[in-house]
Design a protein around this ligand. Sequence first.
Ligand SMILES: *[C@@H]1O[C@H](CO)[C@@H](O)[C@H](O)[C@H]1NC(C)=O
Ligand SMILES: *[C@@H]1O[C@H](CO)[C@@H](O)[C@H](O)[C@H]1NC(C)=O
Ligand SMILES: *[C@@H]1O[C@H](CO)[C@@H](O)[C@H](O)[C@H]1NC(C)=O
Ligand SMILES: *[C@@H]1O[C@H](CO)[C@@H](O)[C@H](O)[C@H]1NC(C)=O
Length: 356
Amino acid sequence: MYALKVLIIAVWIALVAAQQQSYLGFNSGATLDDNKAKQQADFEKEFKAAQGLHGSPGSFNSVRLYTNIQFGTTDTPISAFQAAIATNTSMLLGIWCSGTKGITSELNALQSAISQYGQKFVDLVVGISVGSEDLYRISETGIENKAGVGTGPKEIVDFIKLVRSSIANTPLSKKPVGHVDAWSAWDNSSNSAVIEAVDFVGTDLYPYYENDKGNTFSNATNVFNYIYYKTLSAAGDKPVWITETGWPVSGPTFGQAEASVDNAKGYWDQTGCSLFGRANVWWYTLLDSNPANKEKFAITKDLSTTPLFNLTCPAGSGAPPSINNDAKSAASTVAITLSLTYMGAYALLGLICLSI
Ligand SMILES: *[C@@H]1O[C@H](CO)[C@@H](O)[C@H](O)[C@H]1NC(C)=O
Ligand SMILES: *[C@@H]1O[C@H](CO)[C@@H](O)[C@H](O)[C@H]1NC(C)=O
Ligand SMILES: *[C@@H]1O[C@H](CO)[C@@H](O)[C@H](O)[C@H]1NC(C)=O
Ligand SMILES: *[C@@H]1O[C@H](CO)[C@@H](O)[C@H](O)[C@H]1NC(C)=O
């Protein structure tokens, strides 16, 4: 009997886990493609476009940011916060940790946001990433690719501790604190102290850039599976969030990888559709913001809600059915049916548990 109860509870937990909402969104830089600061209106336009994409396989109502600081200011909270509140967009916050002696300005901006926007802001925060690809930039490949100034594992761990103590007595105290890096940085055992220090492992996965792994487009799924598995196994029991992934719609050929709209669509269908709704995913991207990057990843032109390719997941990919953004009611019918199914399952399990 005891074993049966344990089994039933295990099934119950699995059901809860399956039902738990996973986040779906895009990355968003602090500047526009011309290096000018994004203002609140720019962020709002972006977040609305993300939520309104035609044929979208789920609502892209989350955003990953790289910094808390409004571009061009010392420590003014980034205007993305107000735009997120205005559009009900959840946020994976970012603390920029490279090329800097400290993160005081980032923490000041965060504290200001808590006091200025209060619970409305707090409720939308999914987690806080302390750093972005800092360890990759100091790795052998990062140096070879001239990826820029990075930060070492010891400093990242120190910054994580600083963030934890800075939010300890604030309404953000329960939010997960993590770090985002390339899969290869997580796979590097010299960085294991960072894994120990985080609540989640954010990973950036780009088969396109894996020019030593057979990165022809037809092999993209194999390369993705290889690098995703490497991150999962390095992360151990820490949850892995896919903080960046995508395939460029235009740009130079990288190794054997060709950038094109067709390949971007193929990657979305094969890789994206196998993840949406099952893992937390912040796709790269809706709007390009790095003029130095020759690869362009935006899946839509000028934030049009009509994307460059059909976003609906192919039948059989297991991804959620597409949301017709012109008829939200259809989506909510699906949601209600699903939650009624779950309620029925819980009730049944509860009855069985009581009767044994
Ligand atoms: C905001 O979005 C969440 C889902 O992300 C939803 O549960 C909630 O009802 C929305 N709130 C409003 C005011 O629309
Ligand atoms: C592994 O990580 C350490 C510390 O971040 C770095 O110095 C080293 O270059 C990395 N190894 C490789 C092969 O990149
Ligand atoms: C495909 O990718 C896998 C994983 O990186 C690699 O081992 C294999 O050699 C690649 N195949 C081709 C044909 O490039
Ligand atoms: C998009 O693709 C889906 C699934 O393949 C298909 O049912 C739908 O008609 C396509 N939509 C457009 C606008 O082509």
